[in-house]
Design a protein. Structure first.
Length: 382
């Protein structure tokens, strides 16, 4: 099984060595057209990425690698390097072809005793002794030429990595951004914990105290109609406590989000909303824009926070929730027809913004006085 794999890999490398020469005209056109249009250069970059992905044996989906390459810092310089490597490979191929023609002519001349046109040698001048004398150096040169082709292909792949490597200032900016995002996420988590504590203290705890008072009164009451009324009220309080606990647990993390996905969680959010709400789900499957659970969780909490703000502060009469799966972006958008004036720097929205940023997403809040309020978050596909 190892021999076929090695042969298949060698064939891929040979095709790659031919393809980088065949791309020379495309690279020339891309560089010449760059001042007028960037479309040819994008096509050339995509062709180079496809070639290397295929030569490396990586899985390809719709003609593109499943793991998209990082963006280039200097695409023009990269195309110039690829052009130079393509010309180098073309020169090596020309030398190999010339060597093969020369060697074949010598063998034919020695076997037939005829003239060798490559050397302009007369008949009988090239013998088997000549072949044995020049054959080993020719094989060494062929080996070196093949190594040169392999080196050109290797340099072509390494150039992609080198030109994709971020600069030092970019890395510093990313570190600062990640540090700021981490601080914001920690602050948002602490704020959410305080909100949950207030919900439990002001809601569940107060109801438990009321329930204990009702049960105490029922114990002191003589069995009869009054006691039955108190027990009925106690049962109602127990049901209210259970509802409050479900609400708190839902805000912590809805179980169906991990079990059934973002679409089902948004449907449940719509059904739990007391305002009339319209939900628009993208008919395309999740595979159209694959995302992990953390991204879907962040998208859900964007919608949940926007709906919660509309219920509490906007005096809205109607809500609209829209989930869109684009080619490379997942978007969740909530619109209410309330009075507007939402503060994007408030504890709720700022905490959600930090959660979105942690998933490499962006969030926009548009809420002029008088409404409407639009909250939209976008996340890159995996």
């Amino acid at each position: 099984m190892a021999a076929p794999r090695v042969a298949h890999a060698a064939l891929r490398r040979a095709v790659e060595a031919v393809a980088i020469v065949a791309m020379v005209p495309l690279l020339v056109v891309a560089l010449l057209a760059l001042p007028a249009s960037s479309r040819p250069s994008r096509g050339a970059l995509e062709a180079v990425d496809r070639l290397h992905a295929w030569a490396d044996g990586r899985t390809v989906t719709d003609g593109l690698p499943t793991e998209p390459p990082r963006p280039l810092r200097r695409p023009t310089a990269f195309l110039g390097v690829q052009l130079g490597l393509g010309l180098l490979a073309a020169t090596i191929w020309a030398l190999i072809l010339l060597g093969l023609i020369t060697g074949a002519s010598m063998v034919v001349g020695a076997a037939t005793g005829g003239p060798v046109a490559v050397f302009e040698a007369p008949a009988g001048a090239v013998t088997w002794e000549s072949v044995l004398w020049f054959g080993p150096p020719g094989l060494v040169l062929l080996f070196l030429a093949l190594c040169g082709l392999a080196g050109a292909c290797w340099l072509s792949r390494r150039a992609r990595t080198a030109f994709s490597r971020p600069a030092a200032e970019d890395l510093e900016q990313q570190v600062r951004s990640l540090s700021t995002t981490l601080e914001d996420v920690v602050a948002a988590v602490d704020g959410e914990r305080r909100r949950i504590e207030r919900d439990i203290h002001d809601g569940v705890q107060q109801r438990v105290v009321a329930l204990s008072l009702l049960l105490a009164r029922a114990e002191r009451t003589v069995p009869g109609q009054d006691q039955d009324i108190l027990l009925g009220r106690a049962r109602d309080e127990v049901q209210a406590i259970l509802d409050d606990l479900r609400e708190v647990s839902w805000r912590l993390h809805p179980a169906m989000l991990a079990r059934d996905g973002l679409d089902a969680a948004l449907e449940a959010l719509r059904d739990r909303t007391t305002l009339p709400a319209v939900l628009h789900l993208d008919p395309r499957p999740r595979s159209a824009c694959p995302t992990d659970l953390a991204t879907e969780t962040a998208a859900f909490y964007v919608a949940s926070e926007a709906v919660s703000n509309a219920l509490k502060h906007s005096d809205a009469a109607r809500l609209e929730i829209r989930l869109t799966r684009g080619v490379d972006m997942l978007s969740v958008r909530v619109v209410d027809d309330g009075r507007g004036g939402a503060d994007p720097s408030g504890p709720g929205l700022s905490g959600i913004r930090s959660r979105v940023a942690a998933q490499r997403g962006t969030m926009q809040v548009i809420s002029p006085d008088g409404g409407p309020t639009i909250v939209e978050a976008r996340f890159p596909c995996a």
